[in-house]
Design a protein. Sequence first.
Length: 193
Amino acid sequence: MKLDSHFWSNKYKLHQTGWDIGYASPPIISYFDQLDNKDIKILIPGCGNAHEAVFLFEKGFKNIYILDFVKETLNKFQEKQPNFPKSQILYGDFFSLHDQFDIIIEQTFFCALLPDQRKAYVSRMKSLLKPSGKLIGLLFDTYFEKSGPPFGGNKKEYIALFSPLFKIKTLEKCYNSIPPRMDTELFFIFEGN
Ligand SMILES: C[S@@+](CC[C@H](N)C(=O)[O-])C[C@H]1O[C@@H](n2cnc3c(N)ncnc32)[C@H](O)[C@@H]1O
């Protein structure tokens, strides 16, 4: 199976976007609620409709970059958010991005990749973070009956995958998941080591 930009573009065209919760993910918002420094440089890769970016931008986090390789979804975002800087809307492949951020947000991007891309995801994330930067967000703590995407996983697998390059600061059952995902997500904070 090839999960390229055509695959995802087609999903958006057919409105097969079951991953899109329609608003900013509560656990991610709670995390940002406890941060005072609004100048931090943030990346949301595989952003789709980027609801978290809209919310955080309105909260005063102006240094947010969003990235996706489906142009139409970024165009739609730009139309709806004319105040969001165009230079912070990145069109391209995550695996070709070169920059450094303080925080990278994970929200249904990891699970959208083929499992054999996971090691490459981990090392690209490491290289996209500043030395004390953090990768934060949600990972599924379940397996799906239908063949993916989404592709599931569990805590043990994630520890084995991330711990060579990251300090596992938090990786816990998420207490404030949206109701349909309750008990199936882990909230995590990984810091480059
Ligand atoms: C399951 S969707 C999640 C979208 C968004 N994070 C959300 O929760 O609504 C996965 C997104 O990742 C994007 N994507 C997948 N692989 C990508 C890659 N290699 N580079 C950039 N974007 C990618 C897809 O186009 C799609 O928008």
